[in-house]
Design a protein around this ligand. Structure first.
Ligand code: DP6
Length: 397
């Protein structure tokens, strides 16, 4: 909406965008600046009730500079990613003649915050860039797909532009115009599918994805093999999601995560994102699936030690009990869980399972657990109270 403060006009827009968790991973670029991937990838968009970024953007002739506040701290706007994203957006807006010309000379204020602690160590760049691209596109009144604009900020951000199950087609064109995300199925397609994010207590600074994938592409010979294999995996994964075949979905998800971390280790120098705790989670999941005689849980890991578990709703209570049994919280249990309610499980039934899994107990190794499920894509918030900027265009806090 337009806001008038002391006769000065300001246009603002507030939106939210979700986090996504890949089941077929994006790892490796064929073009660095355009952020074009070597392979297509598939993810589920997570519910914004548990994890989302909220962003308010404003333009006004009264602003002297482009400014950006992230989680309460002013950050630089002159990074390559932000500048590329803005340039692409303005270009699109000029082509579509979507907004008044003078807006391009007006400066921009951006304020953004997450509804989950930054300290959780969850990759928030996908939701962050998706939210920035989406709110600016709404502000500049752009039409059509804008996932390629979000992609310029961070590759995985393009998948956060849609809800449910999303594919990022790698595309073949040199200019990247066909490297876009699209929805495979809405979040309502598989309502029983739930997600547990296990935030591992780990203070280590990890190689960022951008730098990590560069080393992999340059040095890993295993990566060449991966690139040949992914297209078939994409087809298999699409079909497993279509059929809601959890056993197959889980197998493909775990194998693809393992392959990502294998090409990381095959990089030179090697990159290792998973820790002993991550590997113990992997072991626990495989033991559990073996006991059950089929895949009941799937793990997947991004560029860090946190595990993301996909599972069916009816198994959540038992798996949460298992996680708590092997990785008991040191602090209060209420703070250990966030998100959707998990329900409870019969103690004797659970003890039989736990006793058959050979794993040492590790108190405090998992910081907390977020229970969520697939959810919708970015949203526009229209209420004035939702804005993160005040009428002068500065952060409210
Ligand atoms: C392991 O999207 O963070 O999470 O494009 O360089 O910003 P840039 O990388 P980014 O990489 C994400 C990698 C991943 C896998 C995935 O989300 O597909």
């Amino acid at each position: 909406p337009s806001v008038m403060s002391q006769g000065v006009v300001m246009e603002t827009c507030t939106c939210t965008a979700p986090v996504n968790m890949a089941v077929i991973k994006y790892w490796g670029k064929r073009h660095k600046d355009l952020v074009l991937p070597l392979n297509s990838s598939i993810s589920a968009t997570l519910d914004q009730k548990q994890l989302r970024t909220k962003t308010t953007v404003a333009i006004s002739p009264s602003f002297e500079d482009d400014r950006l506040w992230l989680n309460g701290i002013e950050e630089r706007v002159d990074t390559v990613r932000i500048q590329n994203l803005l340039a692409e957006l303005r270009q699109r807006s000029i082509e579509q003649q979507s907004c008044p010309q003078e807006w391009f000379s007006w400066k921009l204020h951006v304020c953004s915050e997450n509804n989950f602690p930054t300290a959780a160590g969850l990759a928030s760049s996908a939701a962050g860039y998706a939210c920035l691209a989406f709110s600016l596109a709404v502000l500049y009144r752009l039409r059509g797909d804008i996932s390629d604009i979000a992609r310029r900020g961070s590759g995985s951000a393009c998948r956060s532009m849609y809800g449910g199950f999303v594919i990022w087609d790698k595309g073949t064109k040199a200019d990247g115009t066909d490297s876009i995300a699209r929805q495979l199925y809405p979040e309502t397609h598989w309502p029983e599918l739930h997600i547990l994010i296990l935030v591992v207590s780990d203070q280590k600074k990890h190689t960022c994805s951008t730098a990590g994938m560069e080393v992999t592409v340059e040095t890993s010979s295993l990566m060449k093999q991966r690139i040949r294999l992914v297209p078939d995996r994409i087809k298999e994964m699409t079909s497993a999601i279509e059929k809601r075949d959890f056993h197959k979905f889980a197998e493909l998800t775990m194998k693809d995560s393992n392959q990502l971390h294998a090409v990381c280790l095959d990089s030179y120098p090697p990159i290792s994102y998973m820790t002993d705790v991550s590997r113990q989670i992997v072991h626990m999941v495989h033991e559990y699936n073996k006991l059950k005689g089929q895949n009941k849980v799937a793990y997947t890991f991004d560029a860090g030690p946190n595990a993301c578990l996909y599972l069916i709703e009816e198994d959540v209570a038992e798996v949460v009990s298992l996680v708590t049994h092997f990785f008991p919280p040191i602090g209060p249990t209420e703070e250990f869980y966030t998100g959707l309610p998990t329900g409870s499980v019969a103690l004797d039934q659970f003890q039989v399972i736990a006793s058959q899994i050979n794993l040492p107990k590790q108190p405090g190794a998992i910081k907390y657990v977020i229970h969520t499920k697939p959810g919708p894509g970015p949203c526009v918030l229209t209420k004035k109270v939702d804005s993160l900027l005040d009428i002068s265009g500065h952060p409210k806090y």
